[in-house]
Ligand binder design. Structure first.
Ligand code: PGA
Length: 229
């Protein structure tokens, strides 16, 4: 299983020192853990990481130049970043599917695995939105590209309400069908209020792993989730 921990804009250096100490002393076998801290802490994570992989929460859609405040995929590569979340619902208010497609291309060109978030805003919303998110965001890469799709129903993020396993499986089937039609066959993750208790039930989902937000802030709970999935 794959577990992506999205720290969002939380914690500070003092906290992250404790987080990494705790994780470094509690290696979990058989689960691929990817930690995604805020950009400024990436060098600290790169220097201190051990058994887990390092990811980021965003990247520029451009390779260099007049992009004040942005960070390119090649800069991330300098710090051993191997994965990067793009299209998270926290960011979709500021960016289009086209923008996200540019980010995906930059990451793939720099051999960083994009974790592409897709998902409907409201429960039972028509699937056309997800299909469009997939079609456009995958439009600039070829069939050999490595990426993960993170299915994250926006209505289930951060609110303590997960989708049911059967609801998730229905959406995952739609995602799999669409990416297959586009020529891909890549891992699919689920995200949205996953915790160390409900992950046991969510294991019934036909997914390759989970993206966790709030739970990442409690390293003890994150470690127990890793042991259960
Ligand atoms: P959550 O966040 O686990 O707190 O719902 C998931 C996410 O935003 O990726």
């Amino acid at each position: 299983m794959i577990v992506v921990a999205n720290y969002k804009m939380n914690l500070n250096l003092k906290d992250y020192k404790i987080v990494l100490k705790h994780l470094n002393n509690n290696r979990v076998e058989d689960t691929k853990l990817i930690l995604c801290p805020p950009f400024v802490y990436v060098p600290f994570f790169a220097k201190n990481k051990t058994w887990y992989a390092l990811g980021c929460q965003d990247v520029s859609a451009n390779s260099k130049g007049k992009c004040t405040g942005q960070i390119s995929a090649s800069m991330l590569k300098d710090f051993d970043v191997t994965h990067c979340i793009v299209g998270h619902s926290d960011r979709r208010a500021f960016e289009t599917n086209e923008d996200i497609a540019g980010k995906v291309k930059q990451l793939v060109d720099n051999e960083i695995i994009p974790i592409i978030c897709v998902g409907e805003n409201k429960k039972d919303e028509a699937d056309a939105l997800i299909i469009e998110q997939l079609r456009t965001t995958l439009s600039k890469i070829n069939a050999k590209a490595e990426f993960y799709i993170a299915y994250e129903p926006v209505w289930a993020i951060g609110l303590g309400e997960t989708a049911t396993a059967s609801y998730i499986n229905k959406k995952v089937a739609i995602i799999k069908k669409e990416i297959k039609r586009l020529g891909f066959n890549n891992p699919i993750l689920y995200g949205g209020s996953v915790d160390e208790e409900n992950c046991i039930n969510l294991k019934k989902c036909k997914v390759d792993g989970f993206l966790v937000g709030g739970l990442s802030l409690r390293t003890d709970k994150l470690i127990s989730l890793l042991g259960r999935v």
